[in-house]
Design a protein around this ligand. Structure first.
Ligand code: PXL
Length: 274
């Protein structure tokens, strides 16, 4: 069985980061190891949430795993709690990246033109250093602008997006998956490999759906670990995320802070577990 390690926080309640990555990747028939970066009582959209930083545990976990000789088919980082954790991830990549695996960095730090609470203005340049080492990066437009020091715009044209993708490619990651892009009346994901660019479009659904970036990155990592190309995997991830949103919109009792991904998990098990 393939094994992924994912590094992100535990929001004890909130349907984001590890509470979605674990079930989603497991549902794809892939073992999921974790390094929790912090424990929060709830997602940061809840005022008064607690935040227990687990930075000091990370090098110890790294050392122990090195001694044991554990290996991973993919290394996937999400919400990191501090700049120090980014430095520790650079060490972790040195210790666990091999010819036989890939690194996916989801540069979780911002949305809607704004950095999330808990991050200062130096965080994006540090995150850029992590993206340099990645095989795949999955920024939304706000994160892409912060990584490339571009102006964030709500309304834009193809030239604006071309420039941002060019600047992202200069960072060094081989594959860029830019999420939430609206161009010429279409909506979707721009996926750029070393050789090719594709615009994977889908219907636009109104509203804010927290945690969907984490679901998307988890499925993308799982599908690539299962041998899909970045384009196939981005399609799989987009279809799954869209289904989660549709199920949430249909449910009168849905939670405002997360989507009904649980009800969509059979799509993954049926596809990947024989
Ligand atoms: O979904 C990204 C995410 C993950 N973890 C925490 C967050 C967020 C987004 O705000 O606050 C703690």
């Amino acid at each position: 069985m393939k094994r992924i390690v994912t590094v992100q926080d535990i929001s004890c309640l909130g349907k984001c980061s590890l509470t979605v990555a674990l079930p989603v990747i497991s549902a794809m028939g892939i073992e999921t190891s974790i390094i929790p970066t912090a424990v929060l009582s709830a997602h940061t959209i809840f005022e008064g949430h607690t935040f227990r930083d687990l930075t000091n545990d990370i090098p110890k976990i790294d050392e122990h795993w090195k001694k044991e000789g554990f290996t991973f088919d993919a290394i996937y980082t999400g919400y990191l709690g501090s700049q120090k954790q980014i430095e520790l991830m650079l060490d972790f990549f040195n210790d666990f990246k091999s010819e036989n695996n890939f690194i996916l960095v989801d540069p979780v730090m911002a949305d809607g033109g704004e950095l999330y609470d808990n991050f200062n203005s130096e965080f994006p340049s540090k995150m850029r250093m992590l993206c340099e080492k990645a095989d795949v990066i999955t920024p939304n437009l706000t994160e892409a602008c912060l990584l490339t020091e571009s102006e964030y715009k709500n309304k834009y044209d193809e030239k604006y997006i071309d420039d941002i993708i060019f600047k992202l490619s200069e960072i060094g990651a081989k594959n860029i998956v830019l999420k939430g892009i609206e161009l010429n009346g279409r909506y979707g994901i721009i996926c750029q490999s070393e050789k090719e660019r594709r615009y994977i479009t889908h219907e636009k659904l109104q509203g804010t759906f927290y945690g969907t970036g984490d679901i998307f990155a988890s499925v993308l990592t799982g599908a690539m670990t299962r041998g899909e190309s970045v384009f196939e995997a981005a399609n799989t991830a987009a279809d799954f995320t869209l289904e989660c949103i549709k199920l949430t919109v249909k449910d009168e009792d849905s939670r405002f802070y997360g989507v009904n991904f649980e009800e969509a998990l059979p799509l993954l098990t049926n596809k990947y577990i024989k």
